[in-house]
Write a protein that binds this ligand. Structure first.
Ligand code: MET
Ligand SMILES: [Zn+2]
Length: 772
């Protein structure tokens, strides 16, 4: 029998219950016990729901309040030095993720601990907390052993689950070394780490687990033969130590490639591969399995919201069944459904207002159903799911032939691109001279990345407006007041290049999507981004184009309130692409170019309206980088071209800024240079200056503002700590090129901390100017 399985279910809850509870807990509104009870309830619902959709292998241990990588760090006692004095429990886990700051009281000294570094999870917009290892690292299982607990919890409900564990190699490879342990090779920690994994697996076996899913997404990366050799020895050892357990190694987000070589003799019982991203790998993987190993087919896209073409998926599955036999086949989503919204059940508006498009969608719940249908068809013949397959075929055909997805004017404009549309008029040095002369600024100019606190009041006004409780005029007035307030605050802070604060934007991509043709919006399509934060990616279903200006009114109004420079703020084409659910019927590069034209039109209009500084954010450009080096160039070519297309329509004196955050930029260094921005503000505050080394070695000559403080943490950075960072930056960056700014937008923070942080930040610039 082919098994219908899943790799992981979203943990946020169909109506973001987890997010709401975690945030209430942080705010002191609910107790730790209530928080735990909420989670128990949600896990039970998720398991039951997956069962009801017909899955036979359901994951457990995939839940998390904050981040599953952080949970593994905690479970294995990988606690950075600065958090070790805190008692174990949620409080400490959250502290590692968010940092903590408490004022001194009579009985207690002040607490001020920086959060642990956060990074993007492979090529997704999910962020994980980076494990930090040191030379003297010890590992042991914590008292809770979350994975075992959750397995038992499901068992008590009568649901036998497949526990999910992050594999030891990926866990180590995703980590970084602590400051006190430079040069530590993380894989040398394996001998110390593996006994703890053995203990964990023994505990799971004792609790009754038979299959365990071990996630090793690093297998989709380019690995050296030495690392693959580690895979071989690690899994040979782990499987021998747990003979009653069947291990399923899960890879996803790309092809396993030659790394598959260790699987055959490693003792593992099965392998999961992503056949959505890399359908071509099926044959070679089949050839590399031994005579009993199971192949889990990732046939349902875990990264997107479109219905699966079940006929196609079934065809692939049948080839696999013919090769291996049905006992050796699992059907599954391509990766954990963490990256897909929970259920279409609450998409009421889309269902009634846009039934055509609604019919094309499948969220996690519906994807579980698709897995089941494929397994049924394989086990009991297509007749057994005739109606489901027919309905799916009808829906796929309707989307394919819909008249709403193509626009011939857009297609023609794309055909007509000429090279001049991809370059500025002069090279950077010449532009810089002209810009400094035409629009002088003090040395070490200060600015922010764009957003200011999205307060309760702002959210309330927006929600009233959306519900029709206030009209557009009232809402626009409200936004104007917010802009005025934000401008005034920045003047008081004495910042040099101001922003309007983005009060009118719920989300930096959705805001533009709502103003572009080709996009549509869900009501409840939330996915986890970091910690408790969720995002609701807009959906690109058709050819994208701009009908009207999108940001001119707000920017021009903001400029009218100040004699300082007002920076226009736009989201770049690659980020719009990356943070949307993108149509899968034309290449991503084409969609990206369509977006680039829309942004280009806006940039040109901002310039016409007298705006001198224009920022086109591309925080997601690194995130879109393919996982394998051979695929880099192709992506970077079209992605950077799209950025250039969007930004080069202006005169030399117009200052183009871009911003990037939370990724390893070293890999795309040449591409960043080719983007040819005049000013690059980049996240750096938690990365220990690693990026700056690359900027100086590779000779980056444009202006740059490596963030001097981390905006994800509620703590207020002191002037001295930021000054220290800025001094270190000056070792790499010439004085005339250094900007002083936070590492990202401030929308998640409160005004009080923002004021305090920026006061300290402006003091850094003043101190730098005073010192020669
Ligand atoms: C994730 S990057 C955010 C950039 C945006 N302009 C902001 O300030 O919020
Ligand atoms: Zn950012």
């Amino acid at each position: 029998m082919v098994q219908a399985t899943n790799l992981g279910f979203p943990r946020i809850g169909g109506q973001r219950e987890t997010k709401k509870q975690v945030e209430s807990y942080w705010a002191g509104k609910i107790t730790e016990q209530a928080l735990d009870e909420g989670a128990v309830k949600l896990r039970a619902e998720n398991w039951k729901l997956q069962k009801a959709q017909g899955l036979s292998q359901i994951p457990s241990g995939d839940f998390s309040f904050y981040d599953h990588v952080l949970d593994h760090s905690v479970m294995f006692n990988v606690i950075p030095q600065r958090f070790r004095h805190l008692a174990d429990g949620h409080e400490r886990t959250f502290a590692i993720g968010r940092g903590i700051q408490k004022p001194a009281t009579e009985t207690q000294e002040k607490v001020d601990i920086e959060a642990q570094e956060m990074k993007k999870w492979f090529d997704t917009n999910y962020h994980y907390i980076v494990p930090e290892f040191e030379n003297e690292q010890t590992f042991h299982l914590d008292a809770q052993v979350k994975t075992v607990q959750e397995f038992k919890e499901a068992k008590a409900l009568g649901i036998h689950t497949r526990p999910v564990v992050l594999g030891p190699l990926t866990f180590l490879l995703l980590g970084k070394t602590a400051k006190n342990s430079p040069g530590l090779e993380v894989l040398t920690l394996l001998p110390k780490l593996l006994p703890v994994y053995e203990e964990l697996f023994a505990k799971l076996a004792e609790a009754g687990a038979d299959w365990i899913q071990v996630d090793e997404p690093c297998l989709a990366l380019d690995l050296t033969p030495a690392v693959v050799e580690h895979y071989r020895s690690v899994y040979t050892r782990l499987t021998a130590a747990a003979p009653s357990i069947k291990f399923l190694i899960a890879t996803y987000f790309g092809r396993i490639g030659d790394n598959v070589s260790f699987i055959k003799d490693s003792g593992v019982a099965g392998l999961h591969i992503d056949l959505v991203r890399s359908p071509e790998q099926l044959e070679s993987v089949v050839a590399n399995l031994n005579k009993t190993q199971v192949l889990s087919l990732g046939l349902i896209d875990g990264r997107n919201i479109w219905k699966t073409n079940l006929a196609n998926a079934l065809k692939i599955a049948k080839t696999a069944v013919e090769a291996l036999g049905s006992e050796r086949i699992f059907v599954a989503p391509s990766c954990s459904l963490l990256h897909t919204p929970v259920t279409l059940r609450f998409e009421k508006r889309l269902a009634s207002k846009n039934p055509e498009l609604f019919d094309w969608l499948a969220y996690s719940e519906e994807k579980c159903k698709e897995v089941h249908i494929i397994a049924q068809a394989l086990n009991h013949g297509v007749e057994s799911v005739q109606a489901e397959l027919a309905d799916n075929a009808r829906s796929i055909e309707a989307r394919r032939t819909s008249s709403h997805t193509t626009n011939s004017a857009v297609r023609e404009r794309l055909e007509a691109i000429v090279p001049d549309q991809l370059r500025r008029r002069s090279a950077f040095p010449e532009r810089q001279a002209k810009q400094h002369e035409a629009h002088p600024l003090p040395a070490f100019p200060t600015t922010t990345i764009g957003s200011f606190p999205q307060t309760k009041e702002i959210r309330l006004a927006r929600s009233k407006f959306t519900k029709g409780e206030i009209d557009a005029a009232a809402y626009n007035d409200f936004i104007k007041q917010e802009i005025a307030y934000c401008v005034k605050e920045q003047e008081k802070l004495n910042l040099d290049v101001l922003v309007h604060g983005e009060a009118e934007r719920n989300d930096m991509v959705a805001y533009f999507g709502e103003r572009l043709e080709g996009y549509i919006f869900s009501e409840n399509g939330w996915i986890a981004s970091y910690g408790s934060r969720c995002v609701r990616p807009p959906i690109i279903f058709g050819d994208v184009h701009r009908v009207n200006p999108m940001t001119i009114t707000e920017t021009v109004y903001a400029q009218s309130l100040t004699s300082k420079f007002m920076k226009g703020m736009l989201t770049g084409p690659v980020t719009c692409l990356q943070w949307s659910f993108v149509r899968d019927d034309i290449p991503r590069s084409v969609v990206c170019t369509q977006l680039a034209f829309a942004i280009r039109d806006e940039v040109v209009d901002l310039e016409k309206a007298g705006i001198v500084h224009i920022q086109v954010d591309e925080p997601a450009i690194r995130e879109g980088l393919p996982l394998r080096a051979v695929d880099f160039d192709f992506y970077l070519q079209w992605a950077v071209d799209a950025f250039l297309l969007s930004t080069t329509g202006v005169q030399d004196t117009t200052v183009i800024h871009t911003h990037m955050c939370y990724s390893d930029f070293q890999d795309i260094f040449q591409a960043i240079r080719r983007m040819d921005a005049d000013v690059l503000t980049i996240e750096n505050s938690k990365s220990d200056m690693r990026i700056l080394g690359a900027f100086s070695t590779h000779g980056y000559n444009a202006e740059i503002g490596p963030g001097v403080f981390d905006i994800h943490s509620p703590r207020v950075p002191s002037t001295s700590e930021m000054k220290e960072r800025a001094d270190a930056m000056l070792k790499y960056i010439p004085r005339r090129n250094l900007w002083i700014n936070p590492d990202c937008g401030l929308k998640t923070r409160g005004w009080k901390e923002v004021r305090e942080s920026l006061t300290n930040m402006v003091a850094v610039a003043e101190a730098l100017r005073a010192s020669t």
